[in-house]
Design a protein around this ligand. Sequence first.
Ligand SMILES: *[C@@H]1O[C@H](CO)[C@@H](O)[C@H](O)[C@H]1NC(C)=O
Ligand SMILES: *[C@@H]1O[C@H](CO)[C@@H](O)[C@H](O)[C@H]1NC(C)=O
Ligand SMILES: *[C@@H]1O[C@H](CO)[C@@H](O)[C@H](O)[C@H]1NC(C)=O
Ligand SMILES: *[C@@H]1O[C@H](CO)[C@@H](O)[C@H](O)[C@H]1NC(C)=O
Ligand SMILES: *[C@@H]1O[C@H](CO)[C@@H](O)[C@H](O)[C@H]1NC(C)=O
Length: 389
Amino acid sequence: MAFPLILLVVGLFVLPPARALIRFGCAQLVTERFDPLVTPGQVSPHVHQIIGGNAFNLTMQPDFDVPGAATCTTCRFKEDKSNYWTATMYFKHPNGTYLRVPQIPNHVIGSPKGGMTVYYLQIAQPGEKVTAFPKGFRMITGNPMLRSKDTSDIRNVTKVSSWATTFRCWSDEDFLGPSNKYPPGAGEYDTVHLPNGKCFGGIRANIFFPTCWDGKNLDTPDHHSHMAFVEGKVDPNMGIIAQNGTCPSSHPIRMPAILYETYWDTRPFNDMWPTDGTQPFVLSMGDPTGYGQHGDYLFGWEGDSLQRAMDNCTDGFGTPENCHELTVLSDDEINKCTVPPKVDEKVEGDYLSALPGCNPLQYGPGPATMIQGCTAISTTSFPTPTPAV
Ligand SMILES: *[C@@H]1O[C@H](CO)[C@@H](O)[C@H](O)[C@H]1NC(C)=O
Ligand SMILES: *[C@@H]1O[C@H](CO)[C@@H](O)[C@H](O)[C@H]1NC(C)=O
Ligand SMILES: *[C@@H]1O[C@H](CO)[C@@H](O)[C@H](O)[C@H]1NC(C)=O
Ligand SMILES: *[C@@H]1O[C@H](CO)[C@@H](O)[C@H](O)[C@H]1NC(C)=O
Ligand SMILES: *[C@@H]1O[C@H](CO)[C@@H](O)[C@H](O)[C@H]1NC(C)=O
């Protein structure tokens, strides 16, 4: 989509050259109620937008050979058959129906269809090595049930984990205004809840994962306690990108810092807000607050390709073409990699009478609860349904 989205190049500020990054766009693979990490074998309670390798499936156990099974990827590097997913956003029309808000790419990363931008940043103490994720690794950041944070003044909480998921409200349609001047997470223009007012240039989610691994578990039952955020502070102006801290002794291994940016084009809805002025955007788990924002990561790089990239790709902008260790795919190649949805329900394209699954809006502040007796579709079109595990 031709529009002058100028996103900040985060690497310029804080990452010395030897600690650089890769940053790349990924097109949409499929959008449906699947979550092989949290609900393997079962249709997920809410809709996700998924990018990455086409081995994505209802069940993907840690011993599943992801790069061996995938034949294409929607991400820029051929070696990356990982899967990445988040909630989708819907616009709630004043008449009570819901329309999916389109996701658009950041212009500096090419023209993928929808999808997200993914960063692998190397944020570490001097002399500390950044170790790539092992085969079978997966994790979650954020919590879909949250509808509030335990502090009323989040700007006074400099803990890294407090800023893991944030939203940037773009102040200007041309993206040249002040909201472009800050790195993601903390900073003047980011909030940990969905923006309350109209964002004239749209809304971007910034989703950070923890960077410290326990060195033992590829996953844990809650999908996050094998990982920890650094013990240290977030600079309230420079954001979580400038996190300066050490890994706790329980989680001593420094991994790449993964950041997803999902950009929603909310501009077409700015003249359709309800008359009472309340913001009309909700996340697919029935979250009108944004506190339940979350991201899922399932590692699927071929061989040692991610480690080689971390060791050798030191371009401060993270430009794929400057990472000679890896093979760069064209927009055509990544856009034509898709998988067909397997849950027979409409999740986008039209105004829907309800959010897919059983997701009435839950405003908090207490955590959201699952709806009892949900009768939403729970099976897939697979010939032999995979039993729940
Ligand atoms: C996904 O899983 C189903 C059921 O086990 C299987 O039939 C199908 O081939 C798998 N798809 C891919 C792309 O691996
Ligand atoms: C709600 O508004 C949308 C947009 O105008 C329209 O397409 C849809 O049919 C309306 N639905 C109902 C139930 O009024
Ligand atoms: C942050 O909170 C502490 C007390 O917990 C308070 O003393 C301090 O003034 C606050 N800082 C800001 C910038 O609000
Ligand atoms: C990180 O924190 C340490 C200890 O507080 C400090 O000595 C160092 O200067 C900080 N580094 C940066 C880049 O802010
Ligand atoms: C890239 O990194 C690997 C270690 O992961 C190293 O063995 C290799 O020599 C490096 N390649 C270049 C071109 O520096």
